[in-house]
Design a protein around this ligand. Structure first.
Ligand code: MEV
Length: 441
């Protein structure tokens, strides 16, 4: 069991590792060696990574893959994806190729509004608060002028500040609901700095307001923070083609395939258990690009799932229909992203990923990431309604199993060929591997 430790963050990196090894590692030397194996030889680069967070002891690698051939609005894109799940990049590549031959992906930004809120408690007459807000509103914009100056020059800034009475949800609870345009920045720091300045002025002005009673003057600012629920920062991506252009897919003719596909999406719309997995498949594509481009995948996840529940029950983020002989499949997803600021100019692989994407604006990145999500969902649903998911998944997972077994390059090549037309299961690979080893002994 670990000993409690004081002032841990002040220790040197080596002291931290020593403490860790002493308290947690089964084999001290092995554990330290593993950590050190992942240090970058370039001390400057390692220092950069060390300083991203507190108490860095090593780097945690994820593969960075690329999926080429994404035809989006008639322009080709190569999409970088950082992800550990074996089949995701392969599925993206397949879906890209499939739709490349059928007109590609089309996208549209539906909105780019970001949101932040000052949450406060007010004990008193709501109509007095309303008149106070009307009077003080220009001062709230004024209080943020130095923060918003650069953003305003480029066409962004605070769009609206609205007083919202939330007392029906919670006694004495009100908020300043603010909307922002943050252009190419994700804008978290910008929004939070604006909100804190707004809150400070709002509270100070309330104290000086002669119409308020002493109790009313005493507005309590509980917190000022952006919201990751951004239902008006949304992008739509779609694919469509004539039914007859869909593949003969295994045992399904194009019409049967389209009908079954639409039914599968309808099931995800009707049934939350399926919707969660369906949307998880979408997020396989979304998160991989979000990570590769240095964006905040937790924010994207939280916002996407809240959006999926906006009707009151959790539903699919994608939709499918057949109309006048045309199969159409689309996604609408909120994506608050940045292509400047944050990690984008710091992490060398993030910089390179953005270069792979031709240095997109935040709007362009929203469209690319929505496509990555739609493509991933298409690939998953297509597999599910035809071969089943395991065939493709296990094909990609085979390498992981062989690596776990310590297979040589020769043995890996042998098993890739061996399983070309056979069903792969974990136990079956172990058995075949052991049989091969026994034969060779
Ligand atoms: C696995 O990571 C994702 C899927 O389960 C998605 C889905 O079921 O649609 C295959």
């Amino acid at each position: 069991m670990a000993e409690p430790v004081n002032g841990f963050s002040k220790l040197t990196k080596n002291q931290k590792i020593e403490w860790l090894a002493k308290n947690h590692f089964i084999n001290k030397e092995e554990g330290i060696k593993t950590l050190e194996q992942y240090w970058n030889k370039d001390a400057k680069l390692q220092a950069l990574h060390d300083e991203f967070i507190e108490n860095t002891i090593s780097n945690f690698y994820l593969p960075l893959g690329i999926a080429p051939n994404f035809l989006i609005n008639q322009k080709y894109h190569t999409i970088p994806m950082a992800i550990e799940e074996s089949s995701v990049v392969a599925a993206a590549g397949k879906a890209a190729k499939y739709w490349q031959q059928r007109g590609g992906f089309k996208t549209k930004i539906l909105g780019t509004e970001k949101i932040g809120q000052v949450h406060f408690m007010y004990h008193g007459d709501a109509s007095k608060l309303k008149s106070f807000f009307t009077e003080v509103e220009p001062k709230l914009y004024k209080a943020t002028e130095t923060i918003t100056e650069n953003m305003r020059k480029r066409g962004g800034g605070i769009s609206t500040i609205e007083l919202r009475n939330k007392t029906s949800q919670l006694d004495n609870y009100y908020q300043l609901h603010c909307t922002f345009e943050t252009l190419d920045a994700m804008g978290a720091n910008f929004i939070n700095s604006c909100l804190e300045a707004i809150a400070k002025t709002f509270s100070a002005e309330a104290h000086q307001n002669s119409l308020f009673s002493p109790e009313e003057k005493n507005i309590e600012i509980v917190m000022s923070i952006l919201s990751n629920y951004v239902p008006n920062c949304v992008v739509k991506a779609e694919v469509s083609c004539k039914i007859e252009e869909l593949n003969e897919d295994k045992n399904l003719n194009p019409q049967e395939f389209a009908d079954k596909f639409v039914r599968a999406v309808a099931i995800a719309n009707a049934e939350p258990h399926r919707a969660v997995t369906h949307n998880k498949g979408i997020m396989n594509g979304v998160d991989a690009v979000v990570l590769a481009t240095g964006n905040d995948f937790r924010a994207i996840e939280a916002g996407a799932h809240a959006y999926a529940s906006k009707s009151g029950s959790y539903k699919s983020l994608t939709h499918a229909e057949i109309k006048d002989g045309i199969f159409k499949f689309w996604i609408e997803i909120p994506l608050a992203l940045g292509t400047v600021g944050g990690l984008t100019s710091l992490h060398p692989l993030v910089k390179l990923s953005l270069e792979i994407l031709d240095k997109p604006s935040a709007r362009a990145l929203m469209q690319i990431i929505a496509v990555a999500g739609l493509a991933q969902n298409f690939a998953a649903v297509r597999s599910l309604i035809t071969d089943g998911i395991q065939k493709g998944h296990m094909k990609m997972h085979l390498m992981n199993i062989l690596n776990q077994l310590g297979a040589t390059a020769e043995e890996k090549a042998y098993f890739v060929d061996f399983y070309k037309n056979k069903t792969i299961t974990h136990s079956n690979v172990i058995k075949e591997f052991n049989d091969l080893k026994a034969k060779n002994v």
